[in-house]
Design a protein around this ligand. Structure first.
Ligand code: S3P
Length: 420
């Protein structure tokens, strides 16, 4: 019962958010092909439109976005619902902090338990006025004049780094951020691609006040974090071979492919483009039982969103797999660390948490419970769907519909590639 076929996942979610939200600050207009059709990006688009931004469908899969160049009528208290999207709320905090007006950023129950002080704190050092409710949304941003800062981040978070850099574009002087390990660098690449004043040197990025201009056309690469579900499943389901096309392949996003390769899957890449991001086709083929591996703390930012499905692969691998220092998982859409442990545990997998490390002992032959519960966490829902498929079991997954947060066509692709 293998997975077999070629597919193109939706446009990359991280890049799609940035194309939309950075258009608040950028001049000009841009035709975008393949913007992600997921709920999270719809939240960013809704916020963009609430501020007066125009984004119109032009043809199948094409959206024309007109940049606002940082100019809109300052609202007195504009509510911007960010729904389930951490990227929407955190990037907006940075983009709005230095612009006139008062904004109330809120979200659903899941977003309302996620930490916002990590972003509010450096922005306040720049002079921003930001209030949270006990460190969480709703977040009220009252735009003020900002000044650049030099800031050392204590954890590698692309959302935090992006918020500070985007605020820096409207701040006086130079803003410099240094991160402890490399997180995704799409904001830096896009600022540069849109002609903004940015310099990057290793783990340090600096911006000075300036403008960005949208490009005439932008082709959104497909999302490696969506592709990862099928690529990782192909690595552990015997006789599988799956090819994902036109995938974003930046080093900061492809840690999961290096881990699958290390565990013994056959992984091959064909690069097809490199500006502003490396892209290409990826094939993963089953090549015998996987072996457990150690995933070092420095690797975690490059595969943070792929840990649920990598943990599933680890349940089918011989020996022990350890993911070091994955405490960030506790503050994702759910407490993902506990969620992985409990749901894979419900399938009979041996999954433990030791301090901040996640440990999986394999291989496991799954036992099938009456139902599973994703906690409405999209990445858990898709991981559990693949676990059940591999085990040939049909039981309900509570909260399965959350898949639309990042990958609305997940079940279509699963049904297309699954061979009974
Ligand atoms: C994202 C950054 C990561 C990631 C999230 C998307 C982004 O979060 O988990 O899904 O687009 O910047 P952190 O920045 O909190 O690590």
């Amino acid at each position: 019962m293998p997975l077999e076929g070629r597919f193109t996942p939706p446009g990359d979610k991280s890049i799609s958010h940035r194309l939309v939200l950075m258009s608040l600050a950028a001049e000009g207009e841009m035709l975008v092909r393949g913007l992600s059709d997921c709920d999270d990006v719809a939240s960013s688009l809704a916020a963009f439109r609430s501020l007066g931004g125009r984004a119109e469908a032009e043809a199948e899969g094409m959206l024309r976005i007109r940049g606002l160049g940082g100019r809109w009528a300052p609202p007195e208290a504009l509510e911007l619902p960010c729904d389930n999207s951490g990227t929407t709320i955190r990037l907006l905090m940075g983009l709005l902090a230095g612009r006139p007006g008062r904004y109330i950023l809120d979200g659903d129950q899941s977003l309302r338990r996620r930490p916002m002080e990590r972003v509010a704190e450096p922005l306040r050092l720049m002079g921003a006025r930001i209030e949270t409710v006990g460190g969480r949304p709703p977040v009220t941003v009252t735009g003020r004049a900002l000044s650049g800062i030099t800031y050392s981040m204590t954890s590698a978070s692309a959302q935090l780094k992006s918020a500070v850099l985007l605020a820096g574009l409207s701040a006086a002087g130079k803003t410099t951020v240094t991160e402890p390990a490399a997180s995704r660098d799409h904001t830096e690449r896009l600022i540069d691609y849109f002609g903004g004043p940015i310099e990057v040197d290793g783990l340090t990025a600096s911006v000075t006040p300036g403008t960005m201009s949208l490009r005439r056309f932008f082709e959104t690469p497909a999302d490696p974090s969506a592709a990862a579900f099928f690529l990782a499943a192909a690595a552990f389901i015997p006789r599988s071979r799956v090819a994902a096309e036109n995938i974003l392949l930046s080093k900061a996003r492809t840690g999961f492919l290096r881990v699958l390769d290390r565990m013994g899957a056959k992984v091959s890449l064909t690069m097809t483009g490199d500006t502003p991001e490396p892209t290409g086709d990826v094939t993963v083929q089953y090549d015998g039982e996987l072996e457990g591996t150690e995933v070092a703390a420095e690797e975690i930012p490059s595969l943070i969103d792929e840990i649920p499905v990598l943990a599933l692969a680890a349940t089918q691998a011989r020996g022990r797999t350890v993911f070091r220092k994955v405490d960030e998982l506790r503050v994702k859409e759910t407490d993902r660390l506990m969620n992985i442990r409990h749901q894979l545990g419900a399938l009979g997998a041996r999954v433990g948490v030791d301090g901040d490390d996640l440990i999986v002992e394999g291989p496991t032959s799954f036992i099938i419970p009456e139902s599973l519960d994703s906690g409405s966490d999209h990445r858990l829902a898709m991981t559990l769907a693949l676990a059940l498929k591999a085990a040939k079991a049909h039981v309900p997954i509570v909260g399965w519909e959350s898949i639309s947060v990042s990958y609305p066509s997940f079940y279509d692709h699963l049904n297309d590639m699954w061979r009974d």
